[in-house]
Design a protein around this ligand. Sequence first.
Ligand code: NDP
Length: 323
Amino acid sequence: MQYRRLGNSGLKLSALSFGAWVTFGQQVGRDEARELLALAWEQGINFFDNAEVYGHGLAERVMGDALRDLRLPRDGYCVSSKVYFGAVEDPRPTQCGLSRKHVIEACHAALQRLRVDYLDLYYCHRPDPDTPVEETVFAMDSLVRQGKVLYWGTSEWPAARIREAAKIAREHHLHGPTMEQPQYNLLHRQRVELEYAPLYPELGLGTTTWSPLASGLLTGKYDASVPADSRLGQAGHGWLREMVFGDPDSRRRERAQRFTHVARELGEKPAPLAIAWCLRNPHVSSVILGASRPEQLRENLGALDLMARYDEPVWARLTAAAD
Ligand code: NDP
């Protein structure tokens, strides 16, 4: 495993990490989740990602049970949660958003579900237009000062809002945002590569990026049809199919197919190659993997070796194929 600093902080995360979104508690039960976490840990992964909204709290419960069963040393791994969407269906106004009330209560609830005393990373899952940024920054700082959160950050915030949060923190001598969690893959590059570019030197911002395979689209598994045992084949996941395939103008399926074609011409499996492409960006602190089976996770860990196998013209060809 390779370890990278989370931005300018002293925290070293594994370059590949592992998340629970739509798998834990939905596609996979407690035993499989424990097996996946055990494999990730054995392979040197030290960051497990979660959020209050994943399975409305169930993903955190499943992860918390697995961490307890595995008896992993608490100082050897990092675990996260995210606040914004709420942990119940149809949340009431105080059960979602980034108000001081919800940020603090959501943290306490996540600690209970995950069975830990503190969160290593805690994210504001989206910007909240109804809460002043200042209120959220003060709430996050108070959690850090209480030892309930070690590093806080944002997910899918516009660059201007992250800058505003950092400025408020600096002016009031508070702990500012350390990291952002954006989507980043061959089909979705703009925010990480362009919008956030000034923030890396300016704020020392780290990134833990999501959906390196665009939910599996970049593996080629959806080229012909939607397999019934896949994420997009699950009942009730129509919203996810729409998100992943996009509208016809986005040509996402066609672009993914062009990428998988070039990957196969190179004699490589598309999944680890697509993940290696993300890892090559020096502003990526950790690529968060998703997997519903151990064999997927094993295959994807091959990305670490692939990073150095090809030189720039090959990566440029892969990038162009997915453009
Ligand atoms: P990916 O884009 O890597 O998709 C993972 C899915 O792709 C797997 O569950 C599996 O789906 C399929 N897959 C993975 N490897 C293979 C393989 N080798 N061969 C075939 N299929 C494969 O990542 P996610 O979308 O899961 O995102 C990763 C993590 O990022 C999440 O768990 C979460 O922690 C975080 N995240 C954060 C968000 C945010 O807003 N901050 C939003 C979304 C995710 P299948 O089960 O169908 O086989």
